[in-house]
Design a protein around this ligand. Structure first.
Ligand SMILES: [Zn+2]
Length: 461
């Protein structure tokens, strides 16, 4: 009997909500198979904690910065100066450019669909390597998604996804990646603990029950790893702080989606999530470093970090040293090869101890897991190493998002930031002892590869 992996991506599930519902007996199948008989932990997603880019660690074992996919929208300054209308000067996966996502992925990091022949996909937007006949929701997805959005009929999408998952079990899969989108949608539309959101968790729970029964009936349960995780948490939004408008008020001509035709723009503002943004200054083609940035744009930046909607910003001191700054001062994250160091200088935006020395990815992870910015050191590294992170990265304060208009329905929930409420994710498996401690989402990828081939230890951070 060949081994298989069934991956439930419960989009936007918060670990505290999921584990509380399970404890209360509202998710009996998850409680029994994934918590009591399996293993579970709290993990971390990536920065930005936004749908799409945050699937990459699960599917490829690498971070958004590794692929140059630094958000659901990004701006590439060097490409912009090479030719504004070039295909790679900017991107928004929200519209027709969604189809470029697969192409934009770095082929150095193949996805699980490229690694395994019998990979099946349900609703996930990253279909690189999925055989057309294995993309089980290709037909009808757009209609279902449109109805879900405009008529608020979210749950029909998850029910349909579950049907497709049951179908997949008859096709001898090695790997099924099934997205259940309603927890995210309901959380955005209502609240992350609204009754409708909780019902969305229950749909997933019932699906687990049916899948387990079917696998047992087929004699395949012992050889199957069921994984459940989310791509980000979510907080409720009380105030919209429009990033583009801030820079307009500061006297800049702003290039942003959907207004990308702006004549002689001075700053490019790109939002993801909606609690994550990048700002790129267009008065020089090189990436800015601290000294020159503060000399030329310091006044506006001083005001910017005072905004209650801005939690902290990050910019470069050099190619390998990054400044994290909030209204109270700065800290530095320095990178040396595959090690990082955190030093509070004029402030301590992450509220953590200095590392005193360069530490590897493991120590960096535990150093700040329990802080307000879990995995902050490594996440800043992976993001800022990509030029598509712009001159300045912005992480919104909890309760704020960075856009004011165009969203329909209006967003009452946000994610995308580096705050623990967005970064912490539930991670559960139906096999015991696999999750003795918290892990990054990239490790889930490694776990999947190890399950399918125990000799395969080829994975990344
Ligand atoms: Zn999501």
């Amino acid at each position: 009997m060949s081994r298989k992996v069934i991956f439930y991506l419960v989009d936007g599930a918060r670990p505290d909500v999921l584990y509380r519902l399970a404890k209360e007996g509202q998710l009996p199948n998850i409680q029994k198979y994934m918590i009591d008989e399996g293993s579970s932990t709290v993990g971390t997603t990536c920065f930005p904690s936004t749908t799409g880019p945050a699937y990459l660690p699960f599917l490829c074992g690498t971070f958004p910065g590794d692929h140059g996919i630094t958000g659901i929208r990004w701006f590439d300054k060097a490409e912009f100066f090479r030719g504004r209308w070039g295909r790679n000067s900017m991107r928004s996966y929200c519209g027709y450019e969604a189809k470029y996502f697969d192409d934009d992925m770095d082929s150095k990091y193949p996805s699980l669909f490229e690694t395994y022949d019998r990979g099946f996909n349900i609703y996930n937007m990253i279909v690189k390597g999925v055989k057309p006949e294995n993309d089980l929701t290709k037909e009808g997805k757009s209609g279902l998604y449109l109805r879900a959005h405009y008529q608020h009929k979210h749950h029909a999408v998850d029910e349909k996804g579950h049907e497709k998952l049951m179908e997949a079990l008859y096709k001898n899969p090695q790997f099924v990646y099934a997205v259940f989108p309603s927890v995210d949608w309901d959380s955005h539309c209502y609240h992350y603990e609204d009754d409708r959101t909780i019902e969305a968790y229950k749909i997933v729970d019932r699906s687990v029950g049916e899948v387990v029964n079917k696998l047992k009936e087929q004699g395949e349960y012992e050889d199957t790893l069921i994984v459940m995780a989310s791509d980000h948490g979510l907080t409720s939004t009380h105030t919209h702080f429009d990033l583009g408008r801030f820079w307009k008020k500061a006297g800049y001509r702003v290039l942003e989606y959907p207004n990308i035709m702006k004549i002689r723009p001075q700053v490019a503002v790109f939002i993801s999530g909606n609690s994550f943004g990048t700002v790129s200054f267009l008065d020089q083609k090189e990436m800015y470093v601290e000294s020159l940035l503060e000399e030329r744009h310091g006044k506006a930046l001083d005001k910017f970090v005072q905004e209650p909607g801005v939690d902290f910003i990050v910019y470069r001191k050099s190619a390998t040293d990054f400044i994290v700054r909030n209204e109270n001062g700065k800290a530095e994250i320095s990178v040396s090869g595959q090690t990082v160091r955190y030093t509070a200088t004029t402030g301590n935006p992450f509220g953590i101890r200095d590392t005193d020395r360069y530490v590897d990815e493991k120590v960096a992870f535990t150093h700040c897991f329990d802080s307000d910015y879990p995995d902050g050191l490594w996440q800043v590294k992976q993001l800022m190493e990509s030029p598509r992170s712009g001159d300045v990265v912005v992480s919104a304060a909890v309760g704020y998002d960075l856009r004011d208009f165009w969203e329909y329905p209006e967003h009452k929930g946000s994610h995308g930031s580096l705050h623990k409420d967005h970064i912490h994710i539930p991670v559960l498996v139906n096999q015991p002892d696999l999750l003795p401690e918290p892990i990054r989402s990239t490790r889930v990828y490694g776990m999947i590869r190890n399950w399918l081939d125990k000799n395969d230890t080829n994975h990344y951070v």
